[in-house]
Every structure is written in structure tokens, then in C-alpha cells.
Design a protein around this ligand. Structure first.
Ligand code: SAM
Length: 333
């Protein structure tokens, strides 16, 4: 089958799929405490998720990242991971991975490793149990740390993703770094975006630009920029003194557009071609219209033909920030 290539000659090799809008945490920067979730009929079924992901894989996707909401709270989700592992076995898929809050990892780590998952991203903003409860509202730090240990024991590499929050985890910068070094986890910082229930004032208070965070690291360590590119908004440095690799994700910058190889699908089957643009294609209708995948393939090709060159927007505009954050909440970061 002809591979998916967009109008700017970028092959589409990375797909991020959100399998649920539900989560067992209520991180203040992400969700309101009392959320109204989507009715079940709107969500893609596990079979539909399989058909959709497998179609993208036939069309050239080699890396599949599962996200949410919290992917591991979706009922019977292991059925989907097991189904996807057949593409690893066939060699069509190079990597199957997930982004999780870690709360259910202790339960699922062995099964995930059995499905061929080698790396998992765990979101963790603090190592202080009280602060953890404060930021996640409903989460327990010990449960997540147990999940991280279970993942490591099962043979998976864990990357920690930390949202940088001024006045919240600023004082833990080196604690987090040292812990990751001791446990041999990679660490990536994410710049906070305006979402969740935080009021505008509090948000401004919590905005900690990653260039400032990087400056703080550079006061203590020698940082070398790494050429490594993922096609996404992450940049990496090596800390020469410890050999650690640290990543920085700045979702609102657009300096990665030229090499953008990725698209996202929400749990209702909306395909977003660009993090910074509203345009999307509904894949649920073609999935449900026919048991054969021809209509779905056609809809995917038509959408990729519209993938824009880049974000192409004025970052000072509030609407743009709102736009990107809507993407994050709908498509799992
Ligand atoms: N539940 C999973 C998890 O915790 O990783 C997957 C979904 S979560 C939306 C994906 C990532 O987005 C997490 O690392 C989370 O911290 C991040 N995120 C959520 N809201 C954000 C915001 N306002 N700014 C920056 N990152 C955010």
C-alpha cells in the first residue's frame, strides 16, 4: 500500500491515539474537578481502535503512542494492546508505547511488557506526597512510584514527564533530576499551557518558561544540545557531569514543523493533522459506515492531503493558546 506522505513530502510515521477521555486524577492544570465525560457511544470501541490503528500502520505509521485521559483506566484496554502487539511481531510497527499517570502500572506492567512495550512515559510533577495530592487532587504518590518500579522490574524503560510549574516544583528541579539519575529514568520537562480549572491569574503565577528552567540547570551543570529529533516539540540536552539526558517540550513553539511526522486521533475518532490548527477529520463516520476499511483509508488520505506546513500563527494571541490547549485535552498531550 502507498505510504502516507503529506503535501510537504513529510512521511506520516507517528500516530498518537487517545483511547479515553476519562482519568482517575484531576491535575489542576489539566482538568476541572467535576468533569462531564463523553457518553460511551461516542467513543471508538476497542475493535474500532484496532481497525483505525491497523489502517494507519498499513499506511506507514511505525510508532504508535497510546494516551488519554488515562489509557490504563479504559476497561479491557489490554485487549487493544495485545491486538497491537501483532504489528510489532510482524515488524510493521517499530514501537508501541504509552503515556500514563502511572496509577495502574503496578497492575499492568507485566502484561504491557508482554505486549512488546519497551518504553513508557510516566507523568510525575513532584516527589512530595502532599504536593502530589494537591496537584493531582485525587492521586497517591506511593501508588505511582510503585507503578514506576513495577514497570522497571518488567524490563521497560521509564521516562518521567514533569510539567514545570513556577512556585510548585521549582524547588524540586535538582531533587527530580537526582532521583531520575539514581533510578536511571530519562526526564523531560513540559512547559505548562493554559488549561484546566486554574484561573488566569494563577496560571500566570505558575508559568515557568523552560528557557528559565534550563538557565537554572546551566548554573550548576554543563549542558550540551543533542541533535536528536523526534519530529515533535521535544529538544534534548546532555548533562555532561552526570551523562543524563534531559528533554524540554515547549508545545507552543513551532520550530519542529519542518520535520513533523505526526498526527493525533481523539477517543471519538477525530484526526488532527497539526497541533496548532483547528482542522480535523472525522474518522468515526467512515469506520462505522462500512466494515471494510476502504472508506477509512480514503478519509485518512484526504485529511493528510490537508496537513498544513506549520502552525503558522501569531503566538501572542490568546486564541492560539486556547486552540493548542484544546488539542492537548482532546488528544492527550
Ligand atoms: N493520563 C496520561 C498522563 O498522565 O500522562 C496521559 C494524558 S496527559 C493529558 C498527557 C500529558 O499532558 C501529561 O504529561 C500531562 O502532565 C500533560 N499536560 C496536561 N495538561 C497540561 C498543561 N496544561 N500544560 C502542559 N502539559 C499538560
Amino acid at each position: 500500500m502507498e505510504r502516507l506522505i503529506d503535501p510537504f513530502a513529510r512521511p506520516i510515521s507517528y500516530l498518537r491515539v487517545s483511547v479515553t477521555d476519562r482519568c482517575d486524577f484531576r491535575c489542576t492544570y489539566c482538568m476541572a474537578e467535576h468533569m462531564t465525560f463523553l457518553p460511551k457511544k461516542d467513543l471508538l470501541t476497542l475493535e474500532e481502535l484496532d481497525r483505525l490503528s491497523s489502517t494507519f500502520i498499513r499506511m506507514g505509521v511505525e510508532k504508535l503512542r497510546i494516551t488519554g485521559g488515562e489509557p490504563l483506566v479504559r476497561r479491557d484496554i489490554m485487549q487493544y494492546f495485545r491486538a497491537m502487539s501483532r504489528h510489532l511481531e510482524s515488524g510493521a510497527l517499530r514501537e508501541l508505547t504509552l503515556t500514563t499517570n502511572g496509577s495502574q502500572l503496578a497492575r499492568f506492567a507485566d502484561q504491557l511488557a508482554d505486549c512488546g512495550i519497551r518504553r513508557v512515559n510516566v507523568s510525575l510533577d513532584t516527589l512530595d506526597p502532599d504536593k502530589f495530592r494537591e496537584i493531582t487532587r485525587w492521586g497517591r504518590l506511593d501508588q505511582v512510584l510503585e507503578g514506576v518500579r513495577a514497570a522497571t522490574r518488567a524490563g521497560m524503560r521509564v521516562k518521567i514527564n514533569t510539567v514545570a510549574l513556577k512556585g510548585f516544583n521549582e524547588d524540586e528541579l535538582f531533587t527530580l533530576l537526582d532521583w531520575c539519575a539514581a533510578e536511571d529514568h530519562d526526564l523531560t520537562f513540559i512547559e505548562v499551557m493554559p488549561m484546566g480549572e486554574m484561573g488566569e491569574e494563577m496560571r500566570l503565577d505558575q508559568y515557568w518558561p523552560l528557557k528559565d528552567l534550563r538557565g537554572r540547570l546551566a548554573e550548576r551543570f554543563t549542558l550540551t544540545d543533542l541533535a536528536e529529533r523526534t519530529g515533535g516539540p521535544a529538544r534534548y540536552v546532555r548533562i555532561e557531569e552526570t551523562g543524563q539526558k534531559v528533554g524540554f517540550i515547549t508545545p507552543l513553539t513551532h520550530n519542529f514543523c519542518e520535520s513533523c511526522n505526526r498526527v493525533r486521533v481523539t477517543c471519538t475518532g477525530e484526526l488532527f493533522m497539526c497541533l496548532g490548527q483547528e482542522d480535523m477529520a472525522d474518522l468515526r463516520a467512515p469506520l462505522r459506515a462500512s466494515p471494510d476499511d476502504a472508506l477509512l483509508e480514503e478519509a485518512i488520505r484526504a485529511a493528510i492531503a490537508r496537513k498544513p506546513k506549520g502552525h503558522d500563527f501569531d503566538y501572542s494571541r490568546q486564541t492560539v493558546r486556547g486552540q493548542v490547549s484544546r488539542h492537548m485535552s482532546h488528544t492527550g498531550g
